[in-house]
Design a protein around this ligand. Structure first.
Ligand code: SF4
Length: 767
């Protein structure tokens, strides 16, 4: 947001009209009741409808700019009608416009008035009619609030907003200069790079410096987090990057990134941070919320009441803190009596490095992506454990209508929602009547049901405005489901339909409609393009073409594999190909698998993890082992585990401990856990990791075949072997570790499968 200038006055701070007003013209309560807002696409369409109604003389998207001291304020006014002398600020909405909180309306007026002031200055106008045009996207109806204003009054208003912002802008300019200086001097914090780490860091630096995306397969132990963050930060000043976003699918990845920043001397939790770099950890609302039983508005939650009145001081304290991990941010929020979650959202505007989940950039309503668009930031993305982005992408761009959940919400719904919910129910029942069978893949999306769900979303939004209490949980879930369906249905219609499955599954008396994303690439690709450079890395990113195709990275995106710091002598790999773990052979496999586990344990007692394709199979082998070798201690992953139960499972892996932990491949213990040294000395992997053979996966396979001509590998094999390699990767965590892996299935002998295993493993010679 700092603009280089050609004149002698330096430097200048560029700020968008919207950002300026959000800073200066918000007061009162945080209030999320006037939601949901229309989607971005609906907003654009709404603006176009209004503009089209105005006639040819109407100017839309009028670029305006003005200066005040060091500030350059600019933006695009939605429309100007020169014949009427009327400047319009158009806001699309759903639901009752009168229900909009007064402070939101005041913010809209502020934006309109700043645009009007800039217009008057630029065109030499003495007065202008300033109009807020609220356009209801469902009724296609306009509500216009208009007022004629003189130039002097508008000028005063503009000056007031700039005055309120200028100190902050100057602070920001100083901060960016300090940050650049600090990062230019930043040196690698250790005497030496780990093997492979220097080359990793150089590749990242080069990619960012040449504005290219990069895919990196880098094994565990190489120091990926530090090896990517360090060069990304070093590249920041020269590339004039505004932000570095470190995004990960797992909490452990966030923790490692925070630790890497501490190692770099750029963070110190608990103290004020003068490192020159501001860091923010973003966490989910469920974890950050202080009052989960309340709703996010001032009538309900004390931390939402007066939020904007206290935000100024809280924000200032937060930037002084500088290092805003979860605990530090919470401390600041408590001290200023504001909601920590929404303070975090605010600080995302002002922090240089943001660490958070991948959804903050890739989701349908991704906050960091929206901010980058709004502020025109240059952003480097570091995507950790990127193999997860395929499945996560499918999840973000998928939706589900669950009959049971909706029925539960409908049963106790308030009378005002009866009609819209009945409408949904009728459409749903009609759809079920048309489609018989336990599993049906629809030939076309069920638009009538989608429309009914959209109407329900609006009706519920209207009703909430008058309700000071939090929504009852079943209704809240039904509302979220319906909103997500409306969003995804719209997105699916925009991209090629072949990337989606619309299917109905019946289980007993219940049925579910799924909007299933098959390939997230067309939806992820624009997000990658929006970044200055994206570094996509993981220990398992093979084969490159599969991940390129799934993630939407361009075909020219380089794929590099970093040399492993580990050697073959560290890991003994056994191919137990006398066993088949195919579903039909499971019964026969129990005894041989139990025997080989017991033999290995007796030969080298210690801690092992054993992975299976399902809980059923896990339990069967666990029983077989208990019968065959009751002396071998064992413990198992349960179907649903609380955080403390997970910790207890892992706590049994002590230094010098002995026993076998049973887990499901692809589950919570299959990746992202770190059990170095003697805490884990071996793994048994009794599965090829293939997804279950079922109608859904068969449909996915058929769709992959159509799209890529390689259905089996894309739908089953590649994701399966990725899970195997991730699980096996738990054993060797450092150059000092020694361990053993048993790959239990005759298919591990296949050449095409062995080609997907890490190159540094020494596989036994083929028989
Ligand atoms: S504390 Fe919880 S309920 Fe209150 S505003 Fe924050 S997120 Fe909403």
């Amino acid at each position: 947001m700092i603009a280089p200038t050609g004149d002698t006055e330096t430097p200048r701070y560029r700020v968008a009209v919207r950002a300026l007003c959000e800073f200066t013209a918000r007061s009162g309560d945080l209030d999320l009741r006037f939601t949901p807002a229309p989607t971005a696409q609906q907003g654009i369409a709404g603006h176009q409808v209004v503009a089209a109604r105005r006639g040819e003389h109407y100017e839309h998207e009028v670029a305006l700019e003005g200066r005040y001291g060091a500030l350059i304020v600019r933006g695009r006014a939605d429309g100007y009608d020169p014949t009427l002398g009327r400047l319009e600020e158009i806001k699309t909405h759903r639901g009752d416009v009168d229900a909009m909180p007064a402070n939101q309306r005041a913010l809209h007026w502020a934006q309109a008035k700043v645009y009007a002031a800039l217009l008057c200055r630029e065109r030499g106008l003495e007065r202008v009619e300033v109009a807020l045009v609220y356009f209801d996207i469902e009724q296609q109806r306009e509500t216009v609030l208009a007022e004629t204003m003189d130039r002097p009054a508008l000028d005063v208003f503009f000056t007031e907003q700039c005055e309120r912002f200028i100190d902050w802008a100057e602070q920001e300019m100083t901060h960016v200069a300090t940050r650049s200086q600090r990062l230019e001097q930043l040196s690698f914090p250790h005497a030496d790079f780990r093997p492979g780490q220097r080359s990793l860091a150089e590749s990242v630096y080069k990619a960012i410096s040449t504005r290219r995306d990069l895919m990196l397969q880098a094994p565990t132990g190489i120091g990926k987090t530090l090896g990517t963050l360090f060069p990304a930060l070093k590249a920041m000043p020269a590339q004039q990057l505004d932000r570095v976003f470190f995004l990960t699918a797992r909490t452990t990845g966030r923790r490692l990134a925070l630790e890497a920043l501490t190692t770099l001397g750029l963070a110190d939790s608990g103290k004020e941070n003068d490192s020159g770099v501001r860091t923010l950890e973003l966490i989910a609302r469920e974890r950050a919320c202080e009052h989960p039983e309340l709703a996010c508005h001032g009538d309900s939650c004390p931390l939402a009441s007066g939020f904007y009145d206290r935000l100024f001081d809280a924000r200032q304290a937060a930037v002084q803190q500088g290092f805003l991990d979860h605990d530090s941010l919470r401390r600041v929020a408590r001290a200023h009596r504001v909601c920590p979650y929404y303070l975090g959202q605010e600080m995302a505007h002002w922090c240089d490095v943001v660490i958070g989940d991948v959804n903050y950039w890739f989701d349908t309503s991704a906050m960091l992506y929206a901010l980058a668009q709004q502020h025109q930031w240059r952003v480097s993305l570091l995507i950790d454990e990127a193999h997860n982005l395929v499945e996560r992408g499918r999840g973000m761009y998928g939706a589900e209508f669950d009959q049971g959940r909706f029925a539960a919400a409908r049963r106790d719904a308030p009378a005002a929602l009866k009609r819209p919910m009945d409408r949904v129910w009728r459409q749903w029942k009609a759809l079920l009547r048309e489609h018989d069978g336990d599993y049906v893949c629809l030939e076309a999306p069920p638009r009538k049901l989608f429309n009914a769900l959209s109407q329900f979303v609006t009706a519920l939004g209207d009703w909430m405005v008058d309700s000071p209490v939090a929504l009852e949980s079943a209704l809240l879930e039904a509302w979220f489901d319906a909103m997500q369906i409306a969003r995804i249905a719209e997105l699916a219609a925009e991209i090629d339909d072949s990337h989606y499955l619309f299917d109905i599954e019946r289980r007993g008396r219940n049925a579910t409609l799924s909007l299933r994303n098959v390939v997230p690439a067309p939806l992820l690709a624009p997000r990658f393009r929006a970044a200055h450079a994206a570094i996509v890395f993981s220990a398992t990113l093979s084969p490159g073409h599969y991940y390129r195709d799934q993630l939407g990275l361009g075909s020219a995106t380089p794929w590099l594999e970093m040399t492993s710091p580990f050697t073959a002598c560290q890991l003994e790999v056994h191919l137990d190909d006398h066993v088949s773990t195919r579903y039909r052979d499971r019964g026969a496999s129990l005894s041989p698998v139990a025997k080989l586990m017991a033999d290995q344990f007796r030969q080298r007692p210690g801690n092992y993890l054993a992975f299976f394709s399902s809980f059923d199979y896990l339990e069967q082998v666990s029983n077989a082992l208990a019968g065959h070798a009751p002396d071998v201690p064992q413990w198992s992953q349960a179907r649903r585990m609380s955080e403390s139960e997970r910790d207890a499972f892992l706590a049994r892996f002590t230094q010098g401990g002995k026993g076998i932990g049973f887990a499901v491949l692809g589950g919570i213990f299959g990746e992202g856990i770190d059990l170095p040294g003697e805490r884990l000395i071996g793994a048994f992997i009794a599965t090829l990791g293939l997804s279950q053979f079922n109608p859904v996966n068969e449909q996915m396979k058929a769709r992959m075949e159509t799209l890529f001509g390689d259905g089996y590998r894309y739908a089953y094999l590649y994701p399966g072997v990725t899970r195997v390699v991730q699980a096996a990767g738990r054993v060797i965590r450092s150059p000092e570790d020694r361990g053993v892996v048993h790959l239990i299935d005759d298919r591990f002998r296949r050449r095409d499968i062995q080609a997907l295993l890490p190159g540094w493993w020494a596989l036994p010679p083929r028989g």
